[in-house]
Design a protein around this ligand. Structure first.
Ligand code: MG
Length: 380
């Protein structure tokens, strides 16, 4: 990277976005920030804009103003579209959570801008369309999700790969009984043993829905059949995922559990630079690496994700929308942790799947399922 790589970040105030800015601060001679887009946290966005001096800042907070910054201020979906159509960008980091990620990703692909993708919902909702458009436009999609980033690093030639092995820490309830899980408070669900992340993904990690979404994400990113994607519980989160080649060789990617590493990999790919984590990995310090099969009974979300993925079409849109709304309801204290997945199952059973949906149909199903999920939540 001789000349500075021009980057924009969608979701700069979230967990991935702020860590990406830490990486960029460390590699400050390698990057130029074109735009930062955040949601409602205008104070943080303002602070970031003063520090990193982007040309554009986009927010979604009605009635709030950003003071004393030189950037051009953009607003809402229109602003995101403008950022993602700006061909000045070499790469776009999609770091927001939820369905907001889909439209900006498609816009960037249409404009031939490479993508570092941290938003898994984009592929869960519209993986077929997104990957097809990316191929047609010669756009690279580099995964930021640590498991997919690991697999990306392991693969030389996908045609020689037999199986993807996605690791899961197991979340805070791995060693708890189903009865204990049923009584879990929001605080317990948010106490992830290995990773510090946003609330939505942390709850997903407690139900293992996060792993379910990652199976679907992996299917699209690497074009693997669901039968060839395996989940293994690995509580230490040192092996970030692995692949098995046809000849029986297994290649895994290891490292300390820090999101700075996959974020840096994705935004600097294919180059590598000295990273932000000063601690070097030691096998002797890690001492033990344990692996076990996931318990599909205790964590039914995994089975539902495989089922929705194999069904295809809008089944995964339904899975994602019902889950997201149910997670919000859990965080609001309206339902219990185990009722999240119960509601997702009911919504999947009711859903009439549309195969090969258009983007408009995807958003229609998404809206519909969210409305029905809210209704169902109200009946609990
Ligand atoms: Mg992950």
């Amino acid at each position: 990277m001789e000349k500075k790589r021009k980057i924009s970040i969608i979701g700069s105030t979230g967990s991935i976005g702020t860590q990406a800015l830490e990486v960029i601060e460390k590699l400050n001679d390698k990057f130029e920030i074109i735009a930062l887009a955040g949601g409602n946290n205008v104070e943080l966005l303002e602070h970031q804009a003063k520090k990193f001096k982007p040309k554009y800042v986009c927010h979604n907070a009605n009635g709030k103003v950003l003071n004393e910054i030189s950037a051009e201020i953009l607003h809402g979906e229109e602003g995101l579209e403008q950022i993602c159509s700006n061909k000045e960008n070499d790469i776009l980091l999609i770091a927001c959570s939820g369905r907001i990620g889909l439209k900006p990703t498609l816009k960037a692909i249409e404009n031939g801008i490479d993508i570092a993708l941290a938003n898994k919902e984009t592929l869960v909702m519209a993986g077929d369309i997104v990957m097809k458009k990316a191929r047609e436009n010669g756009v690279k999609i580099i995964p930021v999700d640590s498991e997919h980033c690991a697999i990306h690093q392991c693969i030389k030639d996908i045609r020689q790969v037999d199986k993807l092995i996605i690791t899961a820490s197991g979340g805070p309830f791995l060693r708890k009984s189903i009865e204990e899980m049923q009584k879990a408070t929001v605080k317990e669900a948010l106490a992830h043993p290995r990773w510090h992340m946003g609330k939505k993904i942390t709850v997903d990690s407690a139900t293992l829905m996060n792993k379910g979404l990652e199976i679907i994400e992996a299917h699209h990113l690497f074009g693997m059949d669901y039968d060839d994607i395996e989940v293994v519980i690995h509580p230490q989160s040192i092996v970030h995922s692995a692949i098995e080649y046809k000849d029986g060789s297994v290649v895994a990617q290891l490292g300390l559990p820090s999101m700075h590493i996959p974020i840096q990999y994705a935004i600097t790919y294919p180059e590598r630079f000295e990273g932000i984590e000063s601690k070097s990995f030691s096998f002797a310090d890690a001492a033990r690496l344990d692996f076990e099969k996931p318990d599909f009974k205790k964590f039914p979300a995994l089975g539902f994700a495989y089922h929705a993925g194999r069904t295809g079409g809008t089944a995964t849109v339904c899975l994602n929308a019902a889950n997201e709304e149910a997670v919000f309801a859990f965080l609001d204290g309206k339902i219990t942790l185990c009722q999240i997945v119960e509601i997702v199952e009911k919504m999947l059973l009711e859903h009439k799947v549309i195969q090969n949906p258009s983007i408009d149909e995807i958003f229609e199903v998404d809206n519909n399922v969210r409305m029905l999920t809210k209704k169902m939540v109200a009946s609990y």
